[in-house]
Design a binder for this molecule. Sequence first.
Ligand SMILES: NC(=O)c1ccc[n+]([C@@H]2O[C@H](COP(=O)([O-])OP(=O)(O)OC[C@H]3O[C@@H](n4cnc5c(N)ncnc54)[C@H](O)[C@@H]3O)[C@@H](O)[C@H]2O)c1
Length: 367
Amino acid sequence: MSALRTILSRSALPSTRRLAAPSPAASQLVRNFLKPSSPVLKAEDEEKARLEYEKHRQNVDPKMASVDESLTFEHPKTSEWKAGDPGHDVVGAGHGRHNKRTLSSLSMDGKVCVVTGAARGLGNMMARTFVESGASSIAIVDLNEADARAAAKDLEEWFVTHGEAEPGEIKAKGYGCDVANEQSVTKTFDAIEKDYGSKIDCLVTAAGIVENFIATEYPTEKVRKLLDINVMGSWFCALQAKKRMPEGGSIILIGSMSGNIVNAPQPQTPYNFSKAAVRHMASSLAVEWAKDNIRVNCVAPGYTLTNLTKVILDANPVLRDEWLHRIPMGRLADPSDLKGAIVLLASDSSKYITGSQITIDGGYTCL
Ligand SMILES: NC(=O)c1ccc[n+]([C@@H]2O[C@H](COP(=O)([O-])OP(=O)(O)OC[C@H]3O[C@@H](n4cnc5c(N)ncnc54)[C@H](O)[C@@H]3O)[C@@H](O)[C@H]2O)c1
């Protein structure tokens, strides 16, 4: 792995530099530009005006819009994740029953929900959100079976311990599945069908990885793996879920703002184009499956504080400020900031929304 540099300290940002004196052609252009509105301009005024204009003719190495090649980062192995995942912040304030009038179509009561990548992070938060919103049947799918089962047990226990559910009321089950592997996905959905019956109401595909290498040093097998997980994983799961949505359902593919914009300064071209593919997969499937009453939408988070981002920021604290200064809301998202959009798209509240993307990025992509 010698060619791949792990995160280094931030290199000094390149300095601003002035352009060399403008070419005669450029001065001519300025003169021509000024002439129509300044028919009586004297030569010295014209030169003064040109110089005024020239002060803005600068060329910089753009701090906010270029890749820093030292920011390379490989996704750690699942076994290397630390405990204390910030993705579990869903158990804090703002959680719990709400007994006032609420739009009933937002309820997930009675729905069978499948969430991939749900052993931790955003997927785990989404699985919990469905339970908070009334669902009792939750399939937690993740790479490692033991992690998926532990997350399911943890979820059930938490709601019972906090008085949010009776013992035995929530049926959460964990499934080990490599979403990049079609056979593994088929086997998992067969197992889900055995446990929950042949009808799935909602699928969320949150399993995904990110890596940061510059394009010229990104090993092809790693690019393929990333695409297999982020793109083909979403594809295989969507197809399996569709088979089990005889009367319709909701599929939410987790994309990223990176599917719409290019993040900087860390290089991550394959991740970006994988998420662009996910976004367009959602709208394309939405068109194909609209007749089956299956809605397919994409949720595109911005920088959200989960293990995925935390490990990058832990290794490179300067990067956090680089990110923050590009976010109009001035902070990273908490996983819980995604709850509303997920319930909206999963529930009957959004029964006429399909092929859409909801971007949750604190305004990042407005700039
Ligand atoms: N955190 C962010 O800032 C952010 C921003 C935009 C989009 N996203 C997307 O949200 C999704 C979830 O991200 P997260 O931050 O919760 O990441 P995370 O790393 O905390 O969780 C991802 C989960 O996916 C699982 N997974 C990875 N490969 C898998 C495979 N082959 N099969 C099955 N499961 C697999 C992991 O084990 C993990 O539990 C990803 O698709 C990510 O690209 C995250």
